[in-house]
Design a protein around this ligand. Structure first.
Ligand code: ZN
Length: 184
C-alpha cells in the first residue's frame, strides 16, 4: 500500500493553549508542531485543522468543561504560530472527535488520504476520539509523539499507549515524519 498522508491538528486553539483551558504542556509542543506543519506544506502533505467551535448553551460538553472555543470568539481561533495557511483545511467540530458530524471523512477521501498523522490537544481526549473514528473508518493512524500532549504526563502516556494497543498506531516524532515526507 502506498501511504498518502494528511496531518490532523486537533484543537490547537487559543483557548486550549493560552486561554480558558490553557495548558503549559500544550504550549510546549508549539515549536515542534510548527516545524511539522511547515515541512508538511513544503512536501504537499495536507494540513487539516480540527477545531472545537461550540454553540453556547447548547453543546453539553460545556457543562463538563466550562465555556471554551465558542464559535466566532478569539478563543476558538487557531493559535497564531500555526497559521492557518491558505492551502490548509479547517473542520469545525462540536464534539471531541474531528469526524463526528463533520465532513472530515469526505474531505480525506477526496484528497485520497489513507493515513492520518495526529497532532494537537489532548492526547487522551479529543485526539484519542479522533483516532478512534479514523481507525474505525479504515485509516492507518500515526501519532506524532512530540506534537501532541495533555494536561499531565500521565494522560499523555495513557493516550499514546491506547493508540498503540487499540488502534495499531505507529508513534513517530517530528524528525522521523519530516524524513518520510522528504522521501515521498
Ligand atoms: Zn470542546
Amino acid at each position: 500500500m502506498k501511504f498518502k498522508y494528511a496531518i490532523l491538528v486537533v484543537d490547537m486553539l487559543n483557548d486550549f493553549v493560552t486561554g480558558a483551558l490553557k495548558c503549559e504542556r500544550g504550549l510546549a509542543i508549539v515549536p515542534q508542531a510548527k516545524k511539522l506543519l511547515e515541512e508538511a506544506r513544503k512536501n504537499h502533505v495536507p494540513v487539516i485543522f480540527c477545531n472545537d467551535s461550540h454553540l453556547p448553551n447548547i453543546d453539553h460538553e460545556l457543562k463538563l468543561w466550562g465555556n471554551h472555543a465558542i464559535k466566532g470568539t478569539e478563543g476558538a481561533k487557531i493559535i497564531p504560530e500555526l497559521g492557518p495557511q491558505p492551502t490548509d483545511y479547517i473542520i469545525e467540530k462540536r464534539r471531541y472527535s474531528g469526524f463526528f458530524h463533520t465532513d472530515l471523512d469526505l474531505l480525506l477521501k477526496e484528497l485520497g488520504v489513507n493515513t492520518v498523522i495526529l497532532t494537537g490537544l489532548h492526547t487522551h481526549m479529543c485526539v484519542r476520539h479522533t483516532a478512534a473514528d479514523a481507525y474505525q473508518l479504515g485509516y492507518k493512524v500515526i501519532a506524532c509523539s512530540d506534537a501532541t500532549d495533555s494536561f499531565t504526563k500521565e494522560d499523555y502516556d495513557y493516550g499514546i499507549k491506547y493508540f498503540k494497543e487499540v488502534y495499531d498506531a505507529e508513534i513517530l516524532n517530528t524528525n522521523e515524519l519530516v524524513k518520510i515526507f522528504e522521501g515521498q
